[in-house]
Ligand binder design. Structure first.
Ligand code: SF4
Length: 241
């Protein structure tokens, strides 16, 4: 199938591209990600994508970078954690509709996306939005859950020295990701402190046993020293007599 692959970044494209090519599709990558903030980050991810695609002989089409369109569609949901699923749905919709329109206007038969590589995304929402976007323009959705490929995508992107971002894309996700990292760090520290606390009685018992063995050894050495001293004195007296 002549397939347009919507791609969010280079690392997430590695495995979907490999699998979709193996399945026999003829692929062009669509970099359509007005969600990415700031513009320098958008450019950095695009450069990474272009370098990789060029090495594979794959064409990349870039959509217009329109952060205001993203703000109007998805940014309006703000940072409220309860609104995050709606914000992400609107974000997927904007990007997948843009890609689907391009695909339909340029003779593609279907649309796929790399968004499902990340275990941090709402996979079923992506599925729904991909199908809806394709239905609107009369092309085929090629949905695949790529989460199982996440470890391999991580391994390969590291091995290739690819730029690997540490947040999803929008300004809100940058803050959320930093907060989540801090939270995980605090949880690891609390778990370590708990383990230390639980092991404290055992450690105290081991220290007491070591101290007892040391005292016993010292007492034995002292006893031996006195015995040798006594024997030495006895030998000296015998010698004088
Ligand atoms: S967290 Fe990611 S998917 Fe959700 S709105 Fe932000 S950029 Fe879009």
């Amino acid at each position: 199938m002549k397939l347009l692959l919507h791609a969010c970044c280079g690392p997430c494209s590695l495995e979907p591209l490999r699998l979709l090519l193996e399945a026999g599709h003829q692929i062009t990558i669509a970099y359509m990600n007005s969600n990415i903030h700031p513009a320098s980050e958008y450019d950095h991810r695009l450069r990474t994508m272009l370098d990789f695609a060029q090495s594979q002989g794959i064409e990349v089409v870039e959509g217009p970078y329109e952060p205001q369109a993203w703000a109007n569609a998805a940014g309006v949901f703000g940072t409220d954690p309860d609104a995050r699923p709606d914000r992400c749905r609107a974000c997927y919709r904007l990007r997948l509709e843009e890609a689907a329109s391009y695909a339909a206007a340029n003779g593609f038969e279907g649309l796929a996306t790399t968004l499902t590589v990340s275990p941090y995304q709402y996979i079923e929402t992506i599925h729904e939005e991909l199908e809806a976007a394709c239905r609107k323009v009369g092309i085929s959705p090629v949905f695949q859950d790529f989460r199982e490929q996440y470890p391999e995508a991580t391994r390969r992107s590291k091995a290739l020295g690819m730029y690997r971002q540490n947040y999803c894309g929008c300004a809100f996700s940058k803050v959320e990701a930093a907060e989540e990292r801090e939270q995980r760090k605090a949880e690891r520290a609390a778990a370590k402190a708990k383990r230390e606390e639980e092991r404290a009685p055992q450690r105290a018992a081991e220290a007491a046993a070591r101290a007892a063995r040391k005292a016993e050894k010292e007492a034995y050495n002292e006893k031996q020293r006195r015995k040798h001293e006594t024997l030495r004195k006895m030998r000296e007296q015998n010698h004088e007599n």
